[in-house]
Design a protein around this ligand. Structure first.
Ligand code: MG
Length: 266
């Protein structure tokens, strides 16, 4: 299933997306559901809306945290001039940094270099702590596309990454959550990032240094994960800047494409 969160005639709701490629009876529509799929059971309301007529929102509002993973692809670590970390390198992004498809990424006035980072995002479905890698699938709700926007100069200047990764609009998620991919499929998906149509990143999640089960094991070793928490699994090589006026898109095969404009802070 593809689970979207959307706004339509002033109401916010979740729904199940049906695309033309599914060859179903209702192409390019959303079947509206009641409730929050990350909080409890949902029910079809019987209402159906056209995908083109809604505004898609960030598909999940992380309950407590977004956990980022740094340098999880060898060629990205190399382009940063860094060694490969011995263990997963983690950081936190505040949930107030989350925006959805089509919303503007704002380049802060303090920032000289604003970077995109196309990533696969894992959405946690159950409260959990110390999850063995072999049981990781049990705590995953689904996957979405992420753009881990980074003020590169501030990240470098501060040493700590809180500011450089934590500004409002710096965690882009969408266009919807996909719940039907198994760990094996999620472990080999092509990530493609473009800026104004020019391909900047193109690499498979198969090249992660720490695969998804290991990330869940590691992150849950030090923090309780809640339903709706998000793990950004790291970016492949090819990071680079985005300027105000640009349009950035991140696609993950089998999930979808997340497109946002970039603007300057007024
Ligand atoms: Mg990143």
């Amino acid at each position: 299933m593809r689970v979207a969160r959307f706004s339509h005639v002033g109401e916010t709701a979740y729904g199940i997306v049906e695309l033309a490629e599914d060859h179903g009876e209702h192409p390019e529509t959303i079947a509206v559901v009641s409730g929050d799929p990350l909080a409890g059971p949902i029910h079809y309301t019987g209402e159906r809306v056209l995908l083109a007529e809604v505004r898609l929102l960030a598909p999940v509002l992380p309950r407590s945290k977004v956990v980022g993973i740094g340098k999880n692809y060898a060629d990205h670590a190399a382009e940063m001039g860094s060694a490969i970390p011995a263990e997963p390198l983690t950081f936190l992004k505040p949930n107030t940094s989350v925006i959805g498809p089509g919303e503007a990424i704002v380049k802060p006035i303090e920032c000289q270099r604003l970077d995109y980072e196309g990533e696969l995002a894992v959405i946690i479905g159950r409260i959990c702590r110390r999850v063995p890698a072999a049981r990781a699938a049990e705590v995953i709700f689904g996957y979405t596309v992420g753009n881990d926007v980074t003020a590169r100069d501030l990240q470098d200047k501060d040493g700590q990454w809180t500011r450089g990764k934590g500004y409002d609009t710096f965690t882009v998620l969408g266009p919807w959550m996909v719940t039907h991919l198994g760990l094996e499929e999620a472990g080999d998906l092509l990530i493609t990032t473009t800026v104004d149509g020019e391909v900047k990143q193109k690499e498979s999640t198969a090249l992660m240094l720490n695969p998804i089960p290991r990330l869940i094991e590691f992150v849950s070793s030090f923090t309780t994960l809640l339903p709706g928490d998000v793990i950004l699994t790291g970016t492949p090589a090819g990071i680079g800047p985005m300027e105000p006026g640009a349009e950035v898109s991140v696609s993950v095969a089998e999930i979808g494409t997340l497109t946002n404009p970039v603007i300057a802070e007024e």
